[in-house]
Design a protein around this ligand. Structure first.
Ligand SMILES: Nc1nc2c(ncn2[C@@H]2O[C@H](COP(=O)(O)OP(=O)(O)OP(=O)(O)O)[C@@H](O)[C@H]2O)c(=O)[nH]1
Ligand SMILES: [Mg+2]
Length: 437
């Protein structure tokens, strides 16, 4: 379909047992024949042989040839598995290029897979999510998306919208009859239910971001409350400087931790207080920004303090730290008593953090839609279109008007799976891939 044959190293650079160079395009087998002594006679069967550069043996390797359309890209492909190492794979790639292949662009293999109808856009994006997943849960969600679950959900929505557009157009064609009240009610119910389904997918957008990027968690409180100690405890290493001098942390410190299967992006912050020191003031300003951008706030309070200051933000988790120094101190409901000195309460805190992330880990199949920012923007357009169409039908306005709104929704849904693609969307998506994928 695409004409030329591309090649790339598919494995990361560095030392390893094996590395893989892959080719895709009509000349894959021909090029393989020029640089590899083995003769693949059957598709999808690995053959042993030698990589040859003229008369010189470069390496011993395995090669697999895939006949179109039975390959990842849907084109003829070849995969050469040679020994790992920094130089060897580059040498094999260079040989392939010298014998007629072109160096692949980032994501070009997946782009070809999409263009050849091997997967929809949400599945192509899932491939990238799988590669980038940093927690088991994120991996699970991406695997479900690769299986086409999100794509099927979107397709079902599209079918529904298409059906309502077709209904409306029948009325447009016979304007003298108008929409009879019973059919109008039925249509309205249908559009409303589509809008609801779209909204329910949209409501998982935060979940998707949390799965991919982690829960943005700000650790906030007065100087010396033990914020940096808590960060270190949660990370399981001495990352931030801890000292008895209030005002030790002056800049925000960001680190990621996988707790209870979920990724948390923890930000330790400068203690909140009035100050004339310009550096500390800037630190406090940064604390404010971290607070604004966070999904979750750990409000750390020294348990020996008389009064508990008001939470910096609604929904904060109150952490009464240094509980070892105030054993009798009663904790308000919802608060968690911890000691970064002894480790008490930290498990309970982690549990609370995990549950407040709102991901249902026991039944990921049902809860993890994991839509990304691109899906979210398009779903919002679709929902707006559906809501407008529902209003127009409800007010018994000319059916043409509602049809325009439904077409907007249809187009947005189509872009999610790539059914109504444009060149720039593809460039945008596949440009983020790594080379060789
Ligand atoms: N006894 C006791 N001491 C603690 C506990 N947590 C922290 N500390 C001590 O309290 C002091 C301040 O701890 P930090 O973690 O630096 O406090 P911070 O909130 O980051 O302080 P700033 O960065 O100055 O805002 C240090 O001397 C810690 O060793 C605790 O649970 N129990
Ligand atoms: Mg600190």
């Amino acid at each position: 379909m695409t004409g030329d044959t591309i090649a790339a190293i598919a494995t990361p650079p560095g030392e390893g047992a094996i590395a893989m160079v892959r080719l895709s395009g009509p000349d894959s087998k021909k090029i393989l024949g020029r640089i590899f002594s083995g003769k693949p006679s059957m598709p999808r069967q690995a053959v042993f042989g030698r990589i040859l550069d003229g008369g010189e043996v470069v390496d011993q390797a395995l090669a697999t040839w895939f006949e179109a359309p039975g390959s990842f890209t849907g084109e003829e492909m070849a995969e050469i598995t040679c020994h790992g190492g920094i130089l060897l794979a580059a040498r094999v790639l260079e040989l392939a290029l010298r014998h007629g292949a072109r160096a692949a662009e980032p994501g070009e293999f997946s782009r070809r897979a999409f263009l050849n109808g091997r997967m929809d856009l949400t599945q192509a994006e899932a491939v990238m999510d799988i590669i980038r997943a940093r927690t088991p849960l994120a991996l699970r969600a991406a695997a479900l998306q690769l299986e086409g679950r999100l794509g099927r959900g979107i397709e079902a929505l599209r079918d529904g919208v298409l059906e309502t557009v077709a209904n409306l157009e029948a009325w447009i064609d016979f304007p003298e009859e108008g929409i009879d009240p019973a059919s109008g009610r039925e249509l309205l119910a249908k559009i409303s239910s589509l809008e609801k389904a779209t909204a329910s997918l949209l409501s998982t957008a935060d979940q998707g971001r949390i799965l991919r990027e982690g829960v943005r968690t700000a650790i906030v409180g007065k100087p010396n409350a033990g914020k940096s100690s808590l960060l270190n405890r949660l990370l399981g290493m001495d990352r931030a400087i801890v000292s008895e001098t209030p005002g030790t942390t002056r800049d925000t410190i960001e680190e990621s931790a996988c707790l209870g299967g979920i990724l948390f992006k923890l930000t330790d912050t400068a203690g909140l207080r009035e100050t004339n020191d310009p550096v500390e003031r800037e630190g406090v300003a940064r604390t404010g920004r971290a607070l604004e951008q966070s999904d979750l706030v750990l409000h750390v309070v020294d348990a020996t303090e008389e009064e508990i200051p008001p939470p910096p933000r609604e929904g904060s988790i109150l952490v009464l730290n240094k509980s070892d120094l105030a054993p009798g101190r009663h904790a308000p409901s919802g608060a968690i008593r911890t000691s970064c000195l002894t480790g008490a309460g930290l498990e309970e805190l982690t549990k609370k953090m995990v549950s407040s992330a709102g991901l249902n880990q026991s039944a990921p199949e049902q809860s993890l839609a994991a839509i990304n920012a691109r899906h979210k923007a398009l779903l919002e357009t679709a929902r707006t279109g559906l809501a407008a169409a529902a209003e127009l039908v409800g007010e018994n306005r000319p059916p043409e008007l509602a049809a325009v709104e439904l077409r907007t929704a249809l187009d947005a849904l189509g872009q999610i799976v790539g059914a109504t693609d444009t060149e720039d969307i593809l460039g945008e998506i596949f440009g983020r891939f790594c080379i060789g994928k």
